[in-house]
Design a protein around this ligand. Structure first.
Ligand code: UTP
Ligand code: MN
Length: 537
């Protein structure tokens, strides 16, 4: 038992509480100052119980203060009470008061005196040396936080991300989001978590996530994460969804048919669509990270293509690379033109140019299907946006280092030379792109001895936006995915607005809010501006 500080002792008045000459309330048990927590108890029950105690001579305080020696609560855990204390002015989490269950109070009232505190009366909580523990606090929406790439808790966030990924592979979106939110909170902390008590009062950490974190902190790994990681199902679904064009549903169907490996898939005789076939053909390349240097090289090629077909158009690198990531799974570009309408029909021309130069191994354009409804955006089941978009696979030449020249920077001549090389060594581009499911590949990737292939395949997403929607498109395509999801949740729940990659609609004013920049969108949403490098939630 923690020794209590000695309290001011009031004279005891004939065994009853009363008022002394100075007007102060006098308690029958001066060492005992009680406080009843209203949380989960409710105010009327609290009033009733307080009066009951006072009649028996107990000092029951209305407000929590330093003088309280016994905090009584009903249906709260020790950690919940600590969290409540932490949330009080000045952070009262370090109080030395006993945190007790209501049973101690009712037994004391029955006994007519404070009964001895037994273990069963005490609220269970983590034991630590409070003085050494760093406490954290973060706002609850990821879009209110600044999350850089400097993650101090990678072991924990990797564990939670794996469970999120597994939930998504199993079509359990809600669980996936819960794990992603928990991971995002840890990513935003300024230091490594070393003790569970540091997490008190942090948002988005559900019971399950806390269990995983505790496991990792105490044992170095989470048994659930380890068993998931090594399960046949997780391994197979991850491998199969690693094929471009294969989603969780298809992978699950194949898995249930007994297809666990790429070999089994090839042998199964399943007809693959064009995207999946390309994904399989370039499996290894597409599962190898793209570097920033490669992204920049592709950026130069895309820029040449775009300027060749529409001078004055603007190209912006978006996605993870805009957030400062050094590697990515693909490269994302947003294309617009300062004059509204000039961007129409641009994608087809850009793609034709790239194709004619031999830069594309695969491409599929989806047309712009966005229409602004006068009465606000429809509640769409999917968050997919409706820009003119091209999913593509680039054939990226590996640039040799020549003298003092920057190896990854292409000159105009380099681009021309590479285009010629591309066409020379890869003259089947068009026919390969048009190839339908089931056909044999031309073998050009296979016949090259390993390590000598002068090019690699890279996934590239091109998106065309009219200038009037550019701010929204830029914000929407910069990510991270969780940051975007949280922005939309904030808009809907906190501001009664609907945000998409096309528009911001104010439901109260029943009108669209027009912007030119990302900054204006944050301002409309009542959020502090968060630069791309701090959106790595
Ligand atoms: P990505 O999936 O490319 O993620 O989507 P990323 O952050 O760049 O990470 P890596 O490195 O490639 O894995 C980039 C952004 O584009 C949005 C996503 O929400 C994300 O914010 N996006 C993606 C869409 O809006 N619609 C889509 O269909 C795909
Ligand atoms: Mn990306």
């Amino acid at each position: 038992m923690v020794p209590l500080k000695r309290r001011k002792v009031f004279p005891s008045h004939a065994g009853n509480t009363g008022t002394d000459s100075s007007g102060e309330k006098v308690s029958k048990f001066p060492q005992v100052v009680l406080f009843l927590l209203e949380r989960k108890m409710g105010s009327s029950r609290r009033d009733f119980l307080s009066q009951l105690g006072q009649k028996k001579g107990f000092q029951v305080e209305e407000k929590f203060s330093e003088s309280v020696t016994h905090l009584i609560s009903e249906n709260n855990s020790g950690d919940e009470v600590r969290t409540w204390l932490d949330s009080q002015d000045g952070g009262r989490g370090r109080t030395a008061a006993h945190l007790l269950d209501i049973s101690w109070y009712t037994e004391s009232i029955q006994a007519g005196r404070p009964v001895e505190i037994l273990d069963r009366h005490k609220l269970q909580e983590q034991q630590t040396d409070e003085a050494e523990v760093v406490m954290f606090s973060v706002p609850s929406y990821a879009c209110q936080r600044r999350t850089t790439l400097d993650n101090h808790n990678t072991v924990l966030t990797d564990a939670l991300s794996l469970l999120a990924e597994n939930a998504e592979l199993n079509d359990e979106e809600g669980r996936g989001v819960a794990f992603r939110r928990a991971a995002a909170v840890l990513k935003a902390l300024p230091k490594a978590v070393t003790d569970m008590t540091q997490l008190r009062g942090l948002p988005c950490l559900g019971e399950h996530s806390l269990r995983v974190i505790k496991d990792v902190l105490e044992n170095g790994a989470s048994s659930e994460v380890e068993s998931t990681k090594h399960s046949e199902r997780y391994k197979a679904l991850k491998l199969l969804t690693g094929i471009f064009g294969v989603g969780a549903k298809t992978a699950d169907r194949w898995f249930r048919e007994g297809i666990h490996t790429l070999h089994q898939l090839k042998d199964s005789g399943h007809s693959l669509n064009r995207a999946q076939q390309a994904g399989l053909d370039h499996y290894d390349d597409l599962n190898q990270s793209v570097t920033k240097a490669e992204a920049d090289t592709i950026g130069e090629i895309v820029e040449r293509a775009v300027l060749a077909v529409l001078p004055g158009a603007q190209i912006t690198l978006t996605g993870g690379f805009r957030r400062g990531k050094l590697t990515g799974h693909d490269v994302d570009f947003l294309i617009t033109h300062p004059e509204e309408g000039r961007e129409e029909g641009l994608m087809t021309k850009v793609v034709s140019w790239l194709e004619s130069q031999g830069f594309l191994l695969y491409q599929k354009i989806t047309r712009n299907s966005y229409l602004e409804a006068k009465d606000g955006p429809a509640r769409s089941a999917s968050n997919m946006d409706r820009f003119e978009r091209c999913f593509s696979i680039f054939r990226l030449s590996k640039v040799e280092k020549k003298g003092a020249k920057q190896p990854e920077t292409l000159t105009e001549n380099d681009v021309k030379t590479h285009a010629q090389e591309n066409l020379k060594t890869h003259s089947h581009t068009s026919s390969q792109i048009q190839r339908v499911s089931g056909e044999e590949e031309d073998g050009s990737e296979r016949k090259q001895p390993a390590g000598f292939r002068p090019w690699r395949a890279v996934r590239v997403d091109l998106v065309v936006s009219p200038i009037s929607q550019f701010g929204f498109a830029l914000l929407g395509w910069t990510g991270s995915k969780l940051f975007e999801r949280e922005l939309r949740r904030w808009a809907g729940h906190e501001r009664a607005m609907s945000l998409s990659s096309h528009a911001l609609y104010d439901n109260k004013q029943s009108r669209y809010l027009r912007v030119m920049t990302e900054e204006e969108i944050f301002a409309h949403l009542g959020l502090e501006y968060v630069p791309p490098s701090e959106r790595n939630a």
